[in-house]
Design a protein around this ligand. Structure first.
Ligand code: RIB
Ligand code: CA
Length: 304
């Protein structure tokens, strides 16, 4: 698995989840929740705390067309809430995420690409090598929604932040599994899960507890929910434990021009559209089982 991310509270928990449940062979970073300096610093910090010996390559610092926007109001100004980030000793392996993604697709058998931020790096990789999908076991992305949005009434943040990139990925990157808000809003971690992480007392579990704490507070303020949707970790579990999710294959396109709908993932569920169906749109999830796997990952001893 290669994760492209914009840490980000839930990205950070997703990296820890992947390190435990998957063979995580690489991390690339992208501008998204916060600027590329912060998302890259945060990926390095998570890898350092969790002792992950995994290459990290810095990627796009801005969307293809949009001016950079962020979600600092959700993730905090640094992108990792109020977590005290340790003095970094880890450094990036390059500033060229796209070349790293293409090289890994050529050298790693059965590589699964898991984008959990805006899709800028993935779109640039597809433009550089349109045959990329033929060398992957697939793309499973956190993004979009069959119904609704979180940044606007119709758009989810990762697609909204760079809709031109998302349009390229959905058009040319198939087969894709779309882990959208339809399922990630069902997987909510709350104060009890935070307490379990804190009680485990490892550097990784304490980091996850602090990240979750900030996310739960934010989710309560924004939605009045008793828990926070750890969107990105659900996408990781959709790869490692696909049996916990259900969905159907449809054509999906991204709206670029709509005044009210820019960044919307338009899912065509008409029966006669099925011959263009290159996206598995997930709708159902065994949320309790997914939560157990996420909590289990971040509370396991390092290297376990
Ligand atoms: O809409 C949720 C997505 O936007 C997640 O990937 C979160 O990290 C933010 O990037
Ligand atoms: Ca993210």
């Amino acid at each position: 698995m290669l994760i492209d991310c914009d840490p980000g509270l839930d990205d950070a928990i997703a990296l820890l989840t992947a390190a435990h449940h998957a063979n995580l062979v690489g991390i690339t970073t992208v501008n998204g929740n916060v600027g590329i300096d912060h998302t890259t610093h945060n990926a390095l910090a998570v890898a350092q705390v969790a002792q992950l010996d995994i290459p990290i390559h810095r990627g796009a610092e801005r969307p293809l067309v949009n001016a950079p926007m962020d979600a600092a109001h959700v993730h905090g100004p640094t992108g990792l809430g109020s977590v005290e980030i340790p003095d970094l000793v880890r450094t990036v392996d390059s500033h060229d995420a796209v070349t790293f993604i293409l090289d890994m697709a050529r050298t790693v058998d059965d590589l699964h690409l898991v984008p959990i931020g805006p899709l800028t790096n993935i779109a640039l990789a597809l433009q550089a090598d349109p045959t990329l999908p033929s060398r992957l076991s697939g793309i499973t992305l956190m993004g979009g929604a069959a119904v609704g949005g979180n940044v606007t009434a119709t758009a989810e943040f990762n697609v909204w932040a760079d809709p031109e990139a998302a349009a390229i990925v959905f058009r040319h990157g198939g087969p894709i599994t779309m882990v959208g808000l339809d399922v990630t809003h069902q997987v909510l971690l709350g104060a009890d899960h935070r307490d379990t992480m804190r009680a485990a007392g490892t550097a990784t579990s304490l980091l996850a507890a602090d990240l979750l704490d900030y996310a739960v507070e934010g989710a309560d303020k924004i939605h009045g929910w008793g828990g926070a949707p750890i969107h990105d970790a659900s996408a990781v579990v959709a790869v490692t434990h696909p049996e916990l999710f259900g969905g159907e294959w449809h054509p999906v396109e991204v709206e670029i021009d709509g005044a009210l709908t820019r960044g919307m993932t338009v899912v065509d569920s008409r029966p006669d559209a099925s011959d263009e169906a290159t996206v598995k749109v997930l709708r159902n999830v065994d949320a309790d089982a997914v939560i157990e796997l996420i909590v289990g990952a971040v509370t396991s001893p390092p290297g376990d």
